[in-house]
Design a binder for this molecule. Structure first.
Ligand SMILES: Cc1cc2nc3c(=O)[nH]c(=O)nc-3n(C[C@H](O)[C@H](O)[C@H](O)COP(=O)(O)OP(=O)(O)OC[C@H]3O[C@@H](n4cnc5c(N)ncnc54)[C@H](O)[C@@H]3O)c2cc1C
Length: 290
């Protein structure tokens, strides 16, 4: 492996300076569970690695008014252990809990899961379904964007040179709002999603859906927000007709590939099934908050 410089700044400003000062490829490291694999395999040969785990602002979960603010380098285990976040967004925690193993979750972050830009990333669909935003720091200061604006293709993000995610802002759920995330893998553990589906719904007091987001993973080059699937839910209770329309809308949105984990046809079928099942769980959870 060629020589790589390593730095672990203590502040966001120092990290911005380190990244801006690199002449060649500089990579941000949060948990390293994707990055180290890519370095060892020779797929990446950066000149500099900037480790974010020593920046206090980037680790931890806090509540600020109507938002949960999650530091970009916060490991998955801290999200799973955060009772208020878990209660508010069981679907986000479901996505995080599916990443690798206990050891992986001790390091892996949502920012790394997002910025690795795999279509199959498990925490990304529920975070997008929650309408979360990402605060990005870079040479031109800070900006805030919707999480879905970051991944633009497999392995590609919209982040400019020297930019990185500092934190995520997740709007707290409204009354009778809840989410769910399900994925399908060919075996029971440690595999990559054939399809992932997050559903986030808000119900009125009578159980009718008044707002929804349905997000699919692993069925297109980026995560898909399926508006037609949300429209199938909004204005309806979860009856057989609604579920059938949701299933069809989810299937229609898919643009998957065939690979060793599943064919195009298989992925499309599974997307409909997971959308039904995730919606049923999200509705049940939301109704229980009445
Ligand atoms: C054994 C194993 C099993 C796995 N299983 C799963 C699984 O089931 N589901 C799944 O989704 N993933 C899985 N992964 C992949 C990986 O663990 C996740 O994608 C993880 O969330 C990556 O987070 P990280 O903090 O370790 O990222 P890192 O490896 O630190 O970074 C990943 C990428 O994101 C960039 N990056 C990191 N932080 C930032 C930031 N703050 N701003 C901008 N860019 C940043 C890095 O430069 C790099 O390009 C698995 C990995 C392993 C090794």
């Amino acid at each position: 492996m060629p020589r790589v410089s390593y730095t672990a700044p203590a502040t966001v400003d120092e990290a911005v300076k380190a990244l801006a000062g690199a002449a060649g490829l500089a990579k941000v490291l949060s948990g390293g569970t994707d990055l180290l694999v890519q370095l060892k395999s020779g797929r990446l040969a950066p000149e500099l690695i900037v480790d974010m785990k020593r920046i206090p602002e980037m680790i931890g979960i806090r509540e600020e008014g109507e938002f949960f603010v999650i530091g970009a380098a916060t490991p998955g285990v801290m999200l799973s252990a955060h009772e208020r976040l878990e209660h508010a967004f069981p679907g986000i925690v479901e996505g995080v809990d599916l990443i690798g193993s206990t050891q992986i979750q001790g390091r892996a972050s949502i920012a790394g899961n997002l910025c690795n830009a795999s279509p199959a990333a498990d925490s990304v669909p529920p975070v997008i379904a929650a309408r979360a935003t990402a605060v990005i720091a870079g040479p031109n200061g800070r900006r805030e964007v919707a999480v879905e604006a970051i991944v633009i293709g497999p392995g590609r993000t919209s982040l400019a040179k020297g930019e990185f995610v500092v934190e995520f802002k997740v709007p707290k759920p409204k009354p009778r709002q809840c989410d769910a995330y399900l994925r399908f893998i060919p075996r029971t553990e440690m595999d990559i999603a054939v399809v992932g589906c997050a559903v986030n719904v808000t119900l009125d007091a009578g159980g009718t859906c008044i707002d929804a987001r349905v997000v699919l993973g692993a069925v297109a080059p980026t995560q898909l927000i399926v508006d037609e699937a949300a429209q199938a839910l909004i204005g309806h209770k979860l009856d057989a007709d609604t579920l059938a329309k949701l299933d069809l809308a989810a299937q229609r949105a898919c643009k998957p590939i065939t690979d060793k984990r599943g064919t195009i046809e298989y992925r499309i079928k599974i997307a409909g099934v997971l959308a039904r099942r995730a919606a049923a769980i999200a509705f049940e959870r939301a109704a229980a908050r009445a």
